[in-house]
Design a protein around this ligand. Sequence first.
Ligand SMILES: Nc1ncnc2c1ncn2[C@@H]1O[C@H](COP(=O)(O)OP(=O)(O)OP(=O)(O)O)[C@@H](O)[C@H]1O
Ligand SMILES: [Mg+2]
Length: 248
Amino acid sequence: MTLLHLEAVTRTVLPPDQPALTILNGVDLTVVENDRISVVGRSGSGKSTLLNILGLLDLPTSGIVEFAGRPVKDYSSRERDRVRGREIGFVFQQFNLLPGRTALENVMMPLYYAEGRQFWRRRALAAEMLEEVGLGHRLESLPDRLSGGEQQRVAIARSLVRGPRLILADEPTGALDLDTGQSVMELIDAVAARTKAALVVITHDPAIAARSRDHYRLEAGVLTRATDASASAASESRRLLAAAEPTS
Ligand SMILES: Nc1ncnc2c1ncn2[C@@H]1O[C@H](COP(=O)(O)OP(=O)(O)OP(=O)(O)O)[C@@H](O)[C@H]1O
Ligand SMILES: [Mg+2]
């Protein structure tokens, strides 16, 4: 099933006293259930701008964005908020935990906006989710008593506790050391696999990108599908060999 479909999406902003700036240019992308997509691109290439559009936080300047088959421009802003809260989980580089609240309280937050069983069982669901990220023993800890990796686990638990169908991660390991980053990615993968969610990861890190099935590159607002790392290495070595052939 298609979750998200983008066609010829552009995003242009008008900074004060400056000419219009096109941040995204003709982006096409389809995300289906269970997808594992990575987007790499250098700083300023438009990655976060793209993620905000994928997450229904911003609308494109032109082009089509459909969520679950319905054009996003037809949603009211309330409907967009509701769909985002229920179906999309965000993981950012900054953990954005509420400082005066325990891990459990932080993870319960999104469930106050849920309905029915999810709302009534919020404490148990939040505790189960913290258990799943390996923090069952830190339910009552305040964020400043947790390590960076643990704080990111709490943030992941909070993002995923409502069982979103789409997980959007913007540099999720950017503030973590290599090993902690890898284990945080393993955790996101595991939750996504259990809930059959699609995962879109934005990263600078080739090792993180290599974990996904489909690879994209964003350059100056243009998104292209990249072949996987080994295929591009092979084509590069063929190119070098060809260049080294003596010409007669
Ligand atoms: N509202 C805005 N007004 C003006 N310029 C903007 C606005 N939003 C983004 N930009 C510019 O658009 C470009 C792309 O921004 P974006 O945040 O998407 O980059 P990014 O690829 O996520 O970079 P990074 O890797 O550093 O996070 C940047 O040059 C940024 O300064
Ligand atoms: Mg960014």
